[in-house]
Design a binder for this molecule. Structure first.
Ligand SMILES: Nc1nc2c(c(=O)[nH]1)N=C([C@H](O)[C@H](O)COP(=O)(O)OP(=O)(O)OP(=O)(O)O)CN2
Length: 133
């Protein structure tokens, strides 16, 4: 399986209002390093998985609505615990939708899978991966 992975960063604020999270129940900031990996069984006619520039653009556009936001105030996340895992799935859904819509070109519609990884510190990260369908 071939893979191309691109990276961006995002700064957000949020709280995790459940006793499970201890001190993180309060409002705090996070800077996530976001990696998105694109997988194909075979290369395209140009011998790529996806164009790296297009992949970087899709990731930047996906993160833009979240950047520098307090996630607690965004209607799409109302009542949700915006954990690292949850945000990985949210970003996966947006990148997958962009791929299906052709933002990565015609070949981008035929990816085997996508994996989104959010690194919240040098010690911890979370991922979501799935097929593009
Ligand atoms: N599985 C997850 N666990 C935690 C997440 C998460 O997104 N997924 N997030 C947090 C906090 O937002 C923050 O990143 C860390 O908070 P902190 O309280 O410092 O976390 P720890 O559990 O490592 O430390 P303790 O102080 O021992 O609780 C927390 N967990």
């Amino acid at each position: 399986m071939y893979c191309v992975e691109v990276r961006d960063r995002i700064m957000i604020a949020h709280s995790l209002p459940d006793p499970f999270f201890g001190p993180a129940q309060g409002l705090h900031g996070a800077t996530f390093v976001v990696d998105v990996a694109f997988f194909r069984e075979t290369l395209t006619a140009q011998n790529v998985v996806v164009d790296i520039g297009a992949a970087l653009d899709v990731l930047k556009q996906t993160l833009q609505p979240l950047a520098y936001q307090n996630l607690d105030t965004l209607p799409i996340f109302a009542g949700k615990l915006t954990t690292t895992e949850f945000l990985a799935r949210h970003i996966f859904d947006a990148v997958s939708a962009a791929a299906r819509d052709g933002a990565l070109g015609e070949d981008g519609k035929a990816l085997a899978k996508i994996r989104v990884t959010l690194q919240e510190t040098d010690l911890a990260r979370a991922s979501y991966e799935g097929t593009v369908d």
